[in-house]
Ligand binder design. Structure first.
Ligand code: HEC
Ligand code: HEC
Length: 395
């Protein structure tokens, strides 16, 4: 009898040991593990308010000690802008955002309990996916590259073709989209969540009653997504504390980025390094999209005429593969495209044309290294590990 118990004990220990090592498969809780007091998502929103530069902006703050002479680069416009036109959303309640976090990570939101939002928007990839096209419900692939969810509060339009302007509306799309999550309609989801025990409390805390409605699901999820905000990259440290400084190589890259030789900042502009937001300007008319000469003839025309959303470059070092179809695996390939492979197209953006033909930037290997080094300074120090944005089902 004793030996049998001992055998069972040893066998169980081995099985548990194997399970414990097998991180990806087994370390999931059936219900979310949440902090006693909700994380302070509202405080994050407060941080977005002063996310702009002082009016008297001094280029030299980037280089307390560097030997790079910025005038040599003919920097045209360092204009970091501010958040003027936020999408119509505010985080009004930490419990609502907490519910949103659970929904974001819950695979029960898909038809066969296999996919959550986080399947394609992974925290360790700054909420991008790390694959060119993502696998959705039933193993089918999305037709476009998953997008990083970086500072969405600073965005006026969403998706590669800028077709959506409301984060709240947007959350309905992937859930009911057949390739992504496969739920036929929101009512089906409501019935499903009503039968999951931990939701009653979460809805009660967030909204004062435990009725599940499509409206509340969208509200909670969009508030969680809107709370994803960081301003703690090396670049941010420099603009907030001028004694920090960039290295010589990073400075060189920054200078190129803001120069009229590359025009990068003409499109990836403002403090979010995304579409310029000048009222009535060309990019506002095209809803922040541009054609950058990836193709002579586009298979996917994006917003039309091969125009795609000008994405934010924050955390770009974490979010490859790049472009709407994930065609480039590395930042170097992206830079080489701009340097020498821009294709002619009737709608090629004027910033990438010279006398009517595609621009040749003539960047050297050192220039490319420098641009890459500068782009890496845009990586947040906390986005991949901040528990507020982490998976509550995982340990
Ligand atoms: C199967 C993969 C997949 C799943 C699941 C998924 N997404 Fe996405 N997501 C994508 C792809 C692909 C795009 C780009 C789609 C396009 O441009 O047409 C995208 C785009 C987005 C964007 C736009 C970002 C921007 O800056 O424009 C947001 C926000 C977003 N998803 C949130 C969510 C939320 C919330 C969920 C869960 C309800 C979710 N996604 C589920 C793949 C996925
Ligand atoms: C005319 C506007 C424009 C200019 C100039 C421009 N970009 Fe872009 N950039 C875009 C658009 C639009 C996309 C997305 C295109 C697509 O997916 O089809 C993009 C995509 C990117 C991406 C990939 C983003 C992702 O999430 O996949 C990187 C990196 C990038 N650009 C860096 C740069 C750099 C560096 C420069 C200067 C050398 C530059 N861009 C110049 C508009 C521009």
């Amino acid at each position: 009898m004793k030996t049998t118990i001992l055998r069972i004990a040893i066998f169980s220990a081995i099985v548990l040991g194997i399970l414990a090592c097998n991180k990806d498969i087994n370390n999931y809780h059936d219900s979310p593990q949440l902090p006693e007091v909700a994380y302070d998502y509202m405080q994050i929103m407060a941080q977005t308010d002063d996310f702009k530069l002082p009016p008297a902006f001094d280029v030299n703050m980037f280089a307390p000690t560097s030997s790079v002479v910025l005038e040599d680069f003919n920097i045209t416009n360092i204009n970091f802008g501010s958040i003027e036109n936020r999408p119509n959303i505010d985080i009004v309640n930490n419990d609502v955002a907490t519910l949103g976090r659970v929904l974001f990570y819950d695979k029960k939101l898909s038809k066969n309990n296999s996919i959550s939002c986080a399947s394609c928007h992974k925290q360790h990839k700054a909420f991008a996916d790390g694959t060119a096209l993502s696998e959705g419900f039933g193993g089918k692939k999305t037709t476009r590259n998953s997008m990083s969810l970086v500072n969405p509060i600073m965005n006026n339009s969403f998706f590669w073709d800028s077709r959506q302007h409301s984060l709240k509306q947007l959350t309905f799309e992937p859930i009911t989209n057949h390739i992504e999550m496969g739920i036929e309609d929101m009512q089906t989801l409501v019935y499903k969540l009503e039968n999951v025990d931990y939701y009653a409390n979460l809805f009660e805390n967030a909204f004062g009653d435990n009725n599940v409605t499509p409206e509340k699901i969208a509200e909670a999820m969009s508030q969680f997504v809107a709370s994803i905000f960081t301003r703690d990259s090396k670049f941010d440290e420099v603009i907030e504390n001028s004694s920090a400084g960039l290295s010589g190589l990073e400075m060189h890259g920054m200078a190129l980025f803001f120069s009229d030789r590359t025009n990068c900042s003409g499109c990836h502009s403002g403090l979010n390094f995304s579409a310029p937001d000048v009222p009535g300007g060309a990019y506002q008319q095209s809803e922040g999209t541009a054609n950058i000469g990836l193709e002579v003839e586009y298979a996917d025309n994006g917003k039309g005429s091969g125009k795609f959303k000008i994405p934010s470059l924050r955390n770009i070092a974490l979010t490859g593969p790049y472009m709407h179809d994930g065609r480039f695996n590395t930042l170097r390939e992206v830079l080489e495209h701009y340097n020498e492979d821009v294709n002619p197209h009737t709608h090629l953006d004027s910033k990438l044309k010279e006398n009517g033909t595609p621009i040749k930037m003539n960047l050297t290997e050192l220039d490319l290294d420098a641009l890459e080094a500068f782009l890496v300074t845009l990586t947040s120090k906390s986005i991949t590990t901040n528990p507020m944005y982490g998976n509550p089902f995982q340990y």
